[in-house]
Design a protein around this ligand. Structure first.
Ligand code: ARG
Length: 447
């Protein structure tokens, strides 16, 4: 139960890098001799090669990756290996590895999101004026252009990218040098180590340094929200690719056949975007649980940070790649989407707005007039545009007086182009949005 080697071995690149920086700093401050430093660096080089090639001889007694590396350096370099841990504790060592790891993976996620945003943007540009129904309560509500719908994901992703940039920023302070918790009995140079390892600054309090894991919470929070966004995309792809919707077809590489029903093509990857999100959210909640009410400073409970982080990293990176592949390859059906969005009842709000704009009618009253028109149409099995001027007059004399505007508003696509407000679905507004999206994509997302 005590051992973490089975999962923390993946921190070896960070552990080797920080040990190198630490050995150099010890020599620079004359805490160890230059020849000791060189022997340590040679030992670390050899260990790195073994780890990289998968030939590192793990030992049954290796509790964690930090002890394994130090043991092996000592085997290869001799007793001088024991000097590597001068002025260092595993408490500041482990959290330093984690900060380096988190920083790197946050940058990877940020880049992966940028690539996905690029695909979303390209698909939006390709489907600028393809109408589909917009839904509320999963009931057809108002038609929108597919470009507009896809761009909604672009903006979610751009915020996700900013959240990962923040996590990366938060992991940018060096814990090393805190020792076990109180500082060390040597006049070390923490800034030197920080610079070599790419940290912006050192954590100013040794207690905070070994106790703190909130940079991992920041990463997990970013990952949880991002995974949740991807789950909504996955859910829509599942719905849209069903025969009932038939709005799109997923690429074969991102779907699979049924083992028993030959006609079926299952949207597995889209379903997994949906299904994997809660485990990332779970990791965030679990690490909050680990840290909750934990007395300062290091407690072994904190060893439980790693598996939550690692699985979240693997899950979000995989999900981002899958989302990108699916969106790049999905093909949409213009016919099916526009057939589903030409239902005139979707223009009900537009007719109400017409009464507001042209007849100065309060919106609530207009809403009632249109409800009457819809009832007349539905009850008689006709569409709104098939109602006669007399039938309009039965609901509202003012509307009957503007009947030509009424019939015009019911023309296909006029109720999309009427959404002229900023951020709306009219083509001109979507074109504006695309321009903003291009600039956002190109902007430097780092903090
Ligand atoms: N494997 C430990 C962890 O992951 C490393 C730190 C151990 N420190 C200690 N005082 N036992 O947290």
């Amino acid at each position: 139960m005590n051992a973490s080697i089975d999962f923390d071995r993946r921190l070896w690149p960070q552990d080797v890098a920080q040990s190198r920086a630490h050995a150099r700093m010890l020599a620079a401050r004359a805490i160890i001799a230059a020849e000791d430093r060189d022997a340590l660096l040679a030992g670390l080089d050899a260990v790195e090669l073994e780890l990289r090639d998968g030939r590192f001889p793990f030992d049954a007694d290796d509790e964690d990756i930090h002890m394994a590396i130090e043991r092996r350096v000592t085997e290869l370099a001799g007793p001088v290996g024991g000097k590597l841990h001068t002025a260092r504790s595993r408490n500041d060592q482990v959290v330093t590895d984690l900060a380096m790891f988190t920083r790197e993976r946050a940058a990877v996620a940020r880049a992966a999101i940028g690539e996905l945003m690029g695909v979303v943007l390209a698909r939006a540009e390709q489907h600028l004026d393809w109408p589909l129904p917009g839904y509320t309560h999963l009931q057809r509500a108002q038609p929108v252009y597919l470009s507009h719908h896809l761009l909604a994901y672009f903006w979610m992703l751009s915020r996700d990218r900013a959240r990962f940039a923040y996590a990366e920023h938060e992991a940018g302070r060096l814990p090393l040098g805190a020792g076990a918790l109180a500082g060390v009995n040597f006049d070390t140079d923490r800034s030197l180590v920080a610079t070599e390892l790419g940290f912006r600054e050192v954590i100013p309090n040794s207690i905070d340094a070994v106790s703190g894991r909130d940079f991992i919470l920041d990463y997990l929070a970013a990952a949880a929200t991002c995974a949740t966004h991807l789950s909504r995309l996955g859910a829509e792809l599942v719905l849209w690719s069903s025969v009932e919707f038939s709005f799109c077809e997923l690429p074969d590489a991102w779907s699979s056949g049924s083992s028993i029903m030959p006609q079926k093509k299952n949207p597995d990857a889209a379903e997994l975007l949906r299904g994997k999100a809660p485990r990332v959210v779970g990791h965030l909640a679990a690490l909050h649980g680990v840290i909750h009410a934990l007395p300062l400073t290091y407690n072994k409970d904190l060893q439980e940070d790693k598996e939550h982080l690692f699985d979240a990293v693997d899950t979000i990176e995989l999900s981002l790649a899958a989302a990108r592949g699916m969106l790049a390859g999905v093909s949409f059906s213009r016919e099916r989407m526009s057939a589903a969005s030409c239902d005139e009842l979707l223009a009900a709000t537009d007719i109400a707005d017409l009464l507001v704009a042209r007849c100065d009618m309060p919106f609530r009253e207009a809403h009632g007039v249109v409800a009457g028109l819809v009832r007349t149409a539905v009850d008689s099995g006709r569409t709104l545009s098939e109602l006669t001027v007399e039938e309009l007059a039965a609901q509202s004399a003012e509307l009957a007086a503007h009947s030509e505007l009424y019939y015009e508003a019911l023309r296909q696509s006029s109720w999309l182009e009427s959404k002229i407000s900023e951020g709306g679905t009219s083509t001109a507004r979507v074109e504006q949005q695309l321009e903003l999206a291009r600039a956002t994509l190109d902007a430097d997302a780092s903090l």
